[in-house]
Write a protein that binds this ligand. Structure first.
Ligand code: ADP
Length: 371
């Protein structure tokens, strides 16, 4: 297991496959495979073989059923994201390279004073590229990518939540280098309510914090005991978290994130870059002037709002066709025009209000790093 798996196995481990059904409600789902599943292509067979290989060498102390659930639902495969896919955010990219990518690739250089942080928080408005950044970090550092949300770590089965969280960290060490990406960390770290379902999320929160502290300890000690080493490489596991509501994270949890990186809305030149990329391979006739107008009117839009706008505008030429769409040859579809964007701007509006934005700016000033 661990590094002896080599990059090729990890590449395959990262091949496409995600399931939406939470296996917590269907504990044996991964064993009960439907005929449709079985006729899927060879990639899937390869992945299954990888999962089985990992399962057969599972380090002691990791619950096999939880491990299977993590491997099937939480380890993300395929759809690699590279730095150049992300418009702008140069400061954040630089910070992530220095804090994660280089230390993972050259652990020998990053010890002592250069010891990397074990946790990094990405915060900012929704749809600004936080998830994309986390995926790019995993791709560029050749890490196994564990994508977690509070609900994926909460099982309604008594005691299962802790097992899941332990399996998550256990596998992350065994398959190191690993990135544990927690989306909407605010909901994992602020389980305040009561009731049996919330009892489960409280348990997963507590276990998460314990496991995370262990990682931090292992990294600080650097010298791992032989037992630790057998379990994998705790020094090359990083918790990367994202939130749209940084103010909801309690102070103790906030302090654990030594690095807090603000991911702001895209500035003028970044919007231009993104719009040009989106239009890149399209049949369109927007002039430079049109693009400048779009860049101007999308002030306040997030990267995801801009993507939604371009997608909606791209539908313009088809919408005008009505039923004729069904038999019009491809080469007779008119190009996308500025007027398509104009119509789309009526329905696609920025998801963050100026007031909302101010709240992020203030939090960033007080607690964050910019970039
Ligand atoms: P977040 O995690 O911050 O909510 P995501 O990373 O999930 O946002 O981005 C959502 C979508 O918006 C992406 O899949 C992409 O299409 C688009 N997007 C957001 N930010 C950028 C960016 N900086 N560059 C390119 N596309 C972006």
């Amino acid at each position: 297991l661990s590094n002896s798996n080599g990059a090729s196995v990890r590449r395959k481990m990262l091949a496409p496959k995600r399931r939406e059904t939470p296996p917590s409600s269907e504990p044996e789902s991964s064993d009960v495979r439907s005929t449709a599943d079985e006729t899927e292509d060879e990639d899937e067979d390869d992945e299954n073989a990888d999962v089985e290989r990992i399962m057969s060498k599972l380090p002691k102390g990791i619950d096999p059923q939880s491990a299977r659930q993590i491997l099937n639902d939480i380890v993300v495969r395929g759809d690699e994201v590279h730095w150049e896919d992300i418009a702008g955010l140069d400061g954040a990219k630089k910070a992530l390279k220095e804090a994660v990518v280089y230390p993972f690739l050259r652990p020998d250089l990053f010890s002592g004073l250069r010891e990397p942080a074990r946790g990094m928080l990405l915060f900012g408005p929704p749809g600004t590229g936080k998830t994309m950044l986390a995926r790019a970090v995993a791709t560029e550092s050749k890490s196994t990518f564990f994508s977690v949300s509070a609900s994926s770590l909460t099982s309604k089965w008594h005691g299962e939540s802790e097992k899941l969280v332990r399996a998550l960290f256990g596998l992350a060490k065994a398959l190191a280098p690993s990135i544990i990406f927690v989306d909407e960390i605010d909901s994992l770290l602020s389980a305040r309510s009561s009731g049996s379902e919330h009892e489960a999320s409280r348990r997963s929160k507590t276990e998460f914090l314990i496991q995370w502290s262990d990682l931090q300890r292992a990294a600080a000690g650097r010298e791992q005991s032989p037992r630790d080493k057998k379990e994998g490489d705790a020094t090359r596991v990083l918790v990367l978290a994202a939130t749209n509501m940084p103010w909801d994270i309690d102070e103790a949890a906030r302090r654990r994130f030594v690095r807090r990186q603000y991911i702001p809305l895209p500035e003028h030149h970044v919007r231009e870059q993104q719009i040009r990329t989106l239009l890149g391979h399209q049949h369109q006739e927007l002039s430079d002037e049109d693009i400048q107008v779009l860049v101007h009117v999308t002030d306040g839009f997030s990267g995801s709002d801009i993507t939604a706008l371009a997608k909606d505008a791209a539908m313009g030429p088809l919408r005008n066709l009505g039923e004729a769409l069904l038999h019009t040859p491809m080469d007779q579809i008119r190009p996308i025009r500025f007027e398509d964007f104009e119509s789309s701007l009526y329905s696609i509006r920025p998801s963050v209000s100026p007031d909302g934005l101010r709240k992020y700016e203030e939090w960033a000033k007080e607690f964050g790093e910019r970039g």
